[in-house]
Design a binder for this molecule. Sequence first.
Ligand code: PLP
Length: 421
Amino acid sequence: MNRREFARLLAIGGAVPFVTPELTWARSAKLPPTPASPDEKFWMSVRDQFVMPKELTMLNAANLCPSSAPVLDTLYKTTRDMDQDPSMENRAKLGEGRENTRRLLAEFLRVTPEEIVITRNTSESNNLVSTGLDLKPGDEVLLTADNHPSNHTAWQQKAKRFGFTVIDVPVPNPHPGFDYYVDAFTKAITPRTKVISFTHQTSTVGDLFPAKDICRLARERGILTLVDGAQSFGLFDVDLSDIQPDFYSGSAHKWPCGPKENGVLYINKSAQSKIWASIFSAYPGRVGVSRTFEGFGQRDEPAMIAFGEALKLQTQIGRANIERRSRELTTGLIEGLKKIDGVKIWTSPEPSRRAAVLSFQPGSLDVRTLSAALYKNDHLGCATRGGQDRPGLRFSPHFYNTHADVEKAIAAVKKYMAAGV
Ligand SMILES: Cc1ncc(COP(=O)(O)O)c(C=O)c1O
């Protein structure tokens, strides 16, 4: 199938057969050193590190981020090296590369390599916790009502199997403030509470939770904490030595812009004796908890090594800069959207209670039709939320986005709100 046929199929909305992508991508210019105050020109050069065509605006970091060219290069070169010579002798260096990624992850999260398990994604990390803890009838697990299924359905299913009880702390909209949550958890804790599990930033409307305060509250009462970091890892300059959870999870393919099917589970040294590994096989990690928790059999070590490359790029740009930039773009989107008649924004208007996930209802427009139109006509990718619970579109900008993307998104929503889809 040639490009023209491919484009025609896309235009008529037909099923597009899988075609092996071309293996060439534009070599990106080297990223210049990060200036003391990064300007738009610098962020444009960050954008150039990604292989997305210039006209494509992706506002869907909360779902899946593109890998940068350095990550793709590492992934391809390392995979090719392995497949050119798959002998044990040639592959020995890959194990060292995997341990290097563990060290980079530990530095990134400000903990020790002995506390890091390289998993496949947040879902796996969360489930390793809910399956691995010894919970029994009479025990209680406190959750926030707005969690991803890997941190909600997973606990409910395991409660059915092992007989413990799951209790949801309500999550009102709009965000009621951090004190509300500290108070709500304080009141919900009972002598039977064994675990508190919540999402650092929700994927639905981008509510932020006071992770450090909730973890402190739990620690003082001998309760374990799992912080689902799918929407904070690679976006915030997360410092686990400050937050001090027992467990923290994240995915490489989201905000870190790493390869797919790589993730992290942090297991605090103090919690390691309280959790069982769920999978036992060959090829575990070499240090600390990875020796018992990371024996998942044969892994994609080139991808694990490319994960490290993603962390290096973020560190080079500056993680505080990345968080600031993503927040600034989100604020720009909110400011523009709130001027459009009929748009209802679900995300908190208070900047400290939100970060880079923004959800809104575009009047009575059908969100799936709108999202399809945005992609087809405006080359803009985002996520939709159906159903009755805060339905609408979700924009989640990241450090590869520019102010031009923000303006384009606002103009496009305005156009469809005025003229229909
Ligand atoms: C809060 C949260 N937790 C967990 C996940 C699961 O992530 P993954 O699909 O990478 O396992 C997601 C995915 O969107 C999420 O938003």
